[in-house]
Design a protein around this ligand. Structure first.
Ligand SMILES: [Fe+2]
Ligand SMILES: [Fe+2]
Length: 264
């Protein structure tokens, strides 16, 4: 019988674009005695060419241009793909964790797959299908490591990057609305609303694993050169972050943090 682990492995390693974007439904059972597997890189279909050099920042006014808007949405789809892969990765890397944790990872992985499909359909209507622009595996370079623990994983991805997504998401709902692309704005808003539960999942399990949600404990788990400032938007989406369950002292410390490494 096929297992969730087999499915996760196949999804991460496939080099077929169609299998990446529309994998089969996962089976319902975990392996009886799973062993730890730490994959250090994902399969990449030939259509997904790595970006050389840094992507330029976005000037909001420029998003009236379809190609510039598609460039942003293409990058966002690739973020969702990496998130889906990394949640599947964690199922394989942390077989010793409670089953509800691994079921939660699978549920979020499936949400991220849905988010990918929302962006994918819209990119097609804009005439720039996924795979038509270069991509950057930024999250893959910052989340997995051979000795990763479940606590590090939820610190980096759940509390860190998914929290940052709440900040960035809000900003881009505004940008897409101003650019007159109401479909892109609606997709961004839907994803933002659903990401609140993902950040909440990270916070919940961080508390289970460490006994609380302490800013300094969280910060210590970010791998150099990653800093708290790199995980958040220029302005925190405090409303969504509070809904996700970030404690106020954590939000205060994150707001104050700057990269001179001197907490104010
Ligand atoms: Fe997502
Ligand atoms: Fe997410």
């Amino acid at each position: 019988m096929s297992t969730i682990e087999r499915w996760a492995h196949d999804f991460i390693t496939t080099t077929s674009l169609e299998a990446k974007l529309s994998p089969p439904l996962p089976p319902s059972v975990f392996e009886a005695t799973p062993t730890r597997q730490v994959l250090m890189q994902p399969g990449r279909p030939p259509e997904l060419v790595a970006r050389v050099g840094r992507k330029k920042g976005v000037r909001p006014g420029a998003l009236k241009d379809v190609a510039k808007r598609a460039d942003v949405l293409h990058a966002f789809l690739h973020h969702e793909l990496q998130a889906a892969e990394l949640f599947a990765w964690a199922i394989l890397a942390f077989p010793e964790t409670p089953e509800p944790f691994r079921r939660g990872l699978l549920g979020i992985c499936r949400d991220e797959l849905r988010h990918m499909r929302l962006y994918r359909a819209h990119l097609e209507t804009l005439g720039h299908p996924f795979g038509s622009m270069p991509v950057n595996d930024w999250f893959w370079k910052r989340v997995p490591d051979e000795h990763a623990t479940p606590t590090q994983f939820v610190a980096r991805l759940g509390i860190g990057f998914e929290g940052g997504n709440l900040d960035h998401g809000k900003r881009f709902v505004g940008y897409f609305t101003d650019a007159g692309d109401l479909r892109a704005a609606a997709i961004q808003q839907q994803i933002l609303d659903e990401e609140v539960a993902h950040a909440a999942f990270g916070l919940h399990w961080f508390k289970v694993f460490t006994g609380g949600v302490d800013f300094e404990a969280w910060r210590a788990l970010l791998p150099a050169p990653l800093t708290p400032a790199m995980t958040r938007g220029s302005e925190l989406n405090l409303e969504a972050r509070r809904r996700a369950g970030y404690p106020q002292p954590f939000l205060d410390a994150l707001t104050r943090w700057d990269d001179t490494h001197v907490p104010r």
